[in-house]
Design a protein around this ligand. Structure first.
Ligand SMILES: NC(=O)c1ccc[n+]([C@@H]2O[C@H](COP(=O)([O-])OP(=O)(O)OC[C@H]3O[C@@H](n4cnc5c(N)ncnc54)[C@H](OP(=O)(O)O)[C@@H]3O)[C@@H](O)[C@H]2O)c1
Length: 271
């Protein structure tokens, strides 16, 4: 499948479906004109068209999936069954791959929604569960992928597509919820640290816009150090903490207020 440009349908173009469409349209694996987006909110579809006029839009889910090789379902978890019921008879399980973005909807549920009577050659299609985060829009998502009924070729294709939109990791389904907490909700957690640091920066005497610029570049620097040096956070922290110095005093004060345990408790609560 290396040289084949697949056609993609995205059903549901809200926060994440819209972000996927924008991300895919900027990548090299799928042509913008091979992306069809379907939603019942016309204004969301119009925004996608304004972003890239090549993207096809439709309010008809069945029409949207017909030509697609990959059908991405990006609606709220409780809407997934209704969407599958609507498009199921239009799907070709021999040819098409179904990708569910819905957090918490398991393969067992997806296969039961998709199941066809035994008269068909294939009673269920290849299915992937994909959990990206909103940074997919800027090609910087940490994305978890789990495969069911899929060939190696199909799995490689899905990995290739999402690796182009950031970093993709193939995991067992049992790790999808943990991945969702760490990377998908994780975007909100990281941003909450950034917001807290900005507020602290204002208290220290900077204007909010200055504080934001300082904090964002400081966090980017910390991430770049880890990525470039392939080090772990504690090694980089040791390089900043002079014995008896101000950094260790600040860190210890944060820990006294429960910094690490707050983060771990928050992650465990969002599984
Ligand atoms: N947000 C994230 O960071 C994130 C990350 C990973 C996974 N997810 C998963 O992604 C899925 C979508 O989340 P979201 O935050 O993007 O939700 P969202 O912003 O509400 O987007 C869903 C879109 O689907 C539309 N829709 C609803 N029913 C439809 C139907 N039958 N046919 C076509 N379109 C329909 C909705 O329109 P209306 O609003 O008019 O109903 C809405 O525009 C969820 O299952 C979530 O678990 C989200």
């Amino acid at each position: 499948m290396e040289n084949i440009k697949p056609k993609v349908a995205i059903i549901g173009t809200g926060n994440i479906g819209g972000a996927i469409a924008r991300g895919l349209a900027q990548g090299t694996i799928i042509e913008a004109s091979d992306i069809t987006c379907s939603d019942h909110s016309q204004h969301l579809l119009d925004k996608l068209k304004a972003f890239n006029a090549g993207i096809e839009i439709s309010v008809d889910n069945v029409k949207a999936v017909r030509e697609a090789d990959i059908v991405i379902i990006a609606v709220k978890p409780w809407v997934v069954k209704g969407v599958i019921d609507e498009v199921k008879t239009a799907l070709d399980y021999e040819r098409q791959i179904v990708v569910s973005i819905a957090a918490g909807v398991t393969f067992e549920q997806l296969l039961s929604y998709l199941a066809r009577p035994s008269g068909f050659n294939r009673t269920t299609p290849p299915v992937f569960r994909v959990i990206p985060n909103t940074a997919i829009e800027v090609l910087s998502s940490m994305t978890f992928i789990s495969a069911c009924n899929a060939s190696k070729e199909q799995t490689d294709l899905i990995l290739r597509i999402f690796n182009e939109l950031g970093n993709a990791l193939l995991v067992d389904e049992r790790l999808m919820m943990a991945g969702t907490a760490l990377a998908s909700s994780g975007i909100a957690f990281a941003l909450r640290y950034i917001r807290a640091a900005i507020e602290g920066g204002v208290e220290l005497g900077f204007y909010p816009n200055e504080a934001q610029e300082i904090v964002v570049h400081t966090v980017k620097g910390a991430v770049d150090l880890l990525l470039k040096n392939k080090s772990n956070p504690e090694q980089e922290i040791d390089r900043v903490t002079t014995p008896g110095g101000i950094t260790i005093r600040g860190l210890n004060e944060m820990e006294l207020s429960g910094f690490t345990s707050s983060v771990i408790r928050g992650l465990k609560a969002s599984r």
